[in-house]
Design a protein around this ligand. Structure first.
Ligand code: TMP
Ligand code: ASP
Length: 252
């Protein structure tokens, strides 16, 4: 097979040159990292599940009019996406206190927040993705104030969609992270949801039991990550209800 041109390799995904100009192939690896890659492992089947789940969420978003980079899934581990210029921010939306916010403010995990809170981390692994205020983002030119207004509107639409979809299958969307890209059509710029939306980038708790069904299972050594993601996929109908493992049922 002819070698493809690798454009970028991150911790969980690889981007290859796509078949048409302006497209990329996004490959989902089984690698899992946490705490800025201090903790590393290979989780059999994770990439396959995240490819399917990200397809499911991005397609749902597009169906309600939220623009994303997603074009189509190609196979078990790859999807075709629009090439975008990534804004170097992790856009985090929180509905309940957890993780770094719970720690920073001394709140019990699961405390409801007065309203959804949007916050930003500057994407820089060497610095550990530090939390940054809007003031920094605008002053350093990573995004304009208008971009930020548009990003907040996008992030809140994603939040409402994801919260509703998850609630429908008995899962609470505690928080999540998205990345935003710019697409240029001549001089006209659009902001779209890019990267991935998967249990790697969300906190998902079972509504009844509080059981964690996201990457905290890996971060906090709470059990088998593939089982947790399979449970999410199964409830959403992305995997058949009786499938124990993604592999046999996910051929293409
Ligand atoms: P945090 O509570 O650790 O700041 O995480 C907030 C949300 O962002 C949570 O859903 C996990 C997600 N997240 C990522 O997707 N990538 C990251 O590198 C980090 C730190 C968090
Ligand atoms: N993605 C980050 C890392 O690789 C952290 C995380 O998701 O917890 O370390």
């Amino acid at each position: 097979m002819a070698r493809r041109k690798k454009i970028y390799e991150g911790k969980a995904k690889v981007l290859y040159e796509g078949p048409e100009p302006g497209t990329l192939v996004q490959y989902f690896k089984d690698d899992a990292t946490a705490f800025n890659a201090e903790k590393v492992d290979v989780i059999d089947g994770k990439g396959v599940l995240n490819n399917r789940l990200s397809e499911f969420f991005m397609t749902g978003l597009m169906n309600i009019g939220v623009p994303t980079h997603f074009i189509k899934r190609l196979n078990m581990r790859e999807q075709l996406v629009r090439q975008v210029e990534i804004i170097p921010l992790e856009v985090i939306v929180r509905n309940f206190a957890a993780g770094s916010m719970a720690k920073r403010l001394g709140l019990e995990e699961g405390t409801p927040l007065p309203r959804p809170i949007v916050e930003y981390s500057y994407k820089d692994d060497a610095l550990g993705d530090p939390l940054v205020p809007e003031e920094y983002i605008v002053a350093f030119g990573w995004a304009t104030q208008q971009d930020l207004d548009d990003i907040i509107a996008l992030a809140l639409r994603v939040n409402d969609f994801m919260s509703g979809v998850m609630h429908g299958v008995g899962i609470k969307l505690v928080d999540f992270k998205i990345e935003i890209g710019r697409i240029w059509d001549n001089d006209f710029m659009r902001l779209v949801v890019a990267d991935e939306i998967s249990p790697d980038s969300c906190r998902l708790w079972d509504v009844e039991t509080g059981k964690k069904l996201d990457k905290d299972v890996f971060r906090r050594d709470l059990g088998n990550l593939t089982d947790a993601y399979t449970e999410v996929a199964r409830r959403l109908g992305v995997l058949p209800a009786n499938s124990a493992h993604p592999k046999p049922t996910l051929i293409n």
